[in-house]
Design a protein around this ligand. Structure first.
Ligand code: NAD
Length: 480
């Protein structure tokens, strides 16, 4: 069992202010994986104070050039990469993510994000001079927003950390990161990488804790901006409070995205891509395309295809390299997913694959990959984020109908179209109301802004837009 005894504050491992702990339970075993301290209010205050000191004018960090910050991000990428297998194995045990998925999405992708911001910031124009229209000149400086309070979900802990820490350091901000209790253990691997990379004291602080710690960060007058990834319900609460406080906020929230399969789709050729877009990380993925929209002419064939895809996916120990679908992160999450399966059946949908617990696994929070056909578009399983391996296949009459169905959602995070016709793909893509979209493929790219519309959130991460979200423009009118 792993036992962590300290919080990472002001560049060192500090004793917590209370004896409260977080117990992390293994998703595939139901047994205790490890224990960490749970930060309390005084720990938030200490972490914010350290981040403020590190940000203050004249501090060592405040005078680092963009090039020095870029070098630091490259070193951080190296150190995260070095510890990749250790972090991936921990995440697999904490939240059930298959190890091979973790190596790519929790290691290679975060490393790419750190390197991307290193490269971007080397020749970024932080200052621009414009001829004034009323005489003189105007200098527009892009200055760091200050101390960033970063609150992340448990489903992709290292990736979400990179989304927040990389642009913040690139911009010259300092960070207080609050990992989720469910994945508190892997945050200590990140802390080791931060220390080994030579991040100056106080620039990154890591304090695992629950909702109260998140609330304190949001409220704290020493935190200049909040960047939150999590559920829409909590996002609304944080957004409302930040509105009252006039504190800038980025919200990456839930989704219920649609995969539109056009009439010409080659199912066999796209099997891997369709799996990734719909069932990645056991469906515990905000961008999962859990509504499959199929043309009536091929409806039965597409239902059979997804039923076979689900039934054929190897379900098992996330550490086994052959596993495609692991357990859900927590018993609570499994109960929630099973509740949706029961509601789907009660609402009259036709269960064509899964629906139960796998017979060959007698412990862990497993749910079989599940597919429903004949799903009513207004039913709960068609409208609400399930956050598990449960897909709904809905028919459409023509492309306009498919687009209308895809857009008939409270959410707007992602979506895909599957076709060999590039013109048809672009027509569909441009008609979908979502922050991101994929054509025969879905995976985030560090160069492209990521975020949602409607109940999927506010603001963008990644790309130059993600750096701008950590900067604020400051104008100087000059008569000289
Ligand atoms: P959650 O909202 O319960 O918790 C997210 C984080 O917020 C955790 O660190 C939690 O401790 C903290 N928190 C909880 N209540 C809080 C409060 N009142 N104030 C401040 N902080 C609080 O979400 P979750 O169950 O951990 O994650 C699953 C959700 O995250 C899903 O809805 C999923 O779609 C979403 N998500 C979105 C994205 C995205 O980029 N859009 C990415 C991953 C996950």
């Amino acid at each position: 069992m792993i036992e962590q005894k300290a919080l990472f504050v002001d560049g060192g491992l500090e004793a917590p202010s209370t004896s409260e702990t977080i117990t992390v339970i293994g998703a595939s075993t139901g047994e205790i994986l490890g224990v960490t301290p749970a930060a309390a209010e005084q720990d938030v205050d200490a972490a914010v104070a350290a981040a403020r000191r590190a940000f203050a004018p004249g501090s060592p960090w405040s005078v680092w050039s963009a090039g020095e910050r870029a070098d630091l991000l490259d070193r951080l990428a190296d150190e995260v990469e070095k510890r990749g297998a250790e972090a991936a194995a921990l995440v697999a045990q904490e939240n059930g993510m298959p190890f091979s998925t973790a190596m790519s999405v929790e290691v290679a992708l975060p490393v790419a994000v750190y390197r991307y911001y290193a490269q971007l910031v080397r020749d970024y124009a932080f200052s621009e001079t414009r001829p004034g229209m009323l005489g003189g000149t105007v200098v527009v400086d892009r200055v760091p927003v200050g101390v960033l309070g970063a609150i992340v979900a448990w489903n992709y802990p290292n990736l979400l950390t990179a989304f927040k820490v990389a642009p913040a350091l690139a911009a010259g901000c300092t960070v207080v990161l609050k990992p989720s209790p469910e994945t508190a253990l892997d945050s200590y691997v990140f802390v080791e990488a931060v220390q080994a990379a030579g991040v100056p004291a106080g620039v990154v602080n890591v304090i695992p804790g629950g909702a109260e710690v998140g609330r304190r960060l949001v409220e704290h007058p020493g935190v200049d901006k909040i960047s939150f990834t999590g559920s829409t319900a909590v996002g609304r609460e944080i957004g409302a409070r930040c509105g009252e406080l006039l504190k800038p906020v980025t919200l990456e929230l839930g989704g219920k995205s649609a995969a539109i399969l056009l009439e010409d789709v080659d199912l066999a050729a796209n099997a891997e891509g369709l799996f990734q877009a719909t069932l990645l990380n056991n469906g515990q993925t905000c961008v999962a395309n859990t509504r499959i929209l199929a043309p009536r002419s091929r409806y039965d064939e597409i239902v059979d295809f997804f039923a076979a895809l689900a039934a054929g996916a190897a379900v098992g120990d996330p550490l086994d390299p052959a596993t495609l679908v692991g357990p859900l992160a927590t018993a609570r999450q499994r109960d929630r997913v099973e509740g949706y399966v029961a509601r789907g059946i009660a609402d009259g949908a036709r269960l064509v694959a899964g629906g139960g617990r796998p017979a060959h696994l007698d412990r862990g929070w497993y749910v079989e990959p599940t597919v429903f056909a004949d799903v009513h578009p207004d039913s709960a399983i068609a409208r609400e984020e399930i956050f598990g391996p449960v897909l709904s296949v809905l028919p459409y009459d023509d492309v306009d109908h498919a687009v209308a169905r895809a857009n008939d959602s409270d959410y707007g995070l992602a979506g895909t179209v599957w076709t060999s016709d590039p013109d048809a793909a672009r027509t569909v893509s441009s008609a979908i109301d979502s922050g991101t979209f994929g054509i025969n493929y879905f995976m985030l790219d560090p160069v492209a802004p990521f975020g949602g519309t409607k109940a999927s959130g506010l603001g963008r991460e990644l790309g130059p837009e993600g750096l701008e979200a950590c900067l604020r423009p400051r104008s100087t009118y000059s008569a000289v």
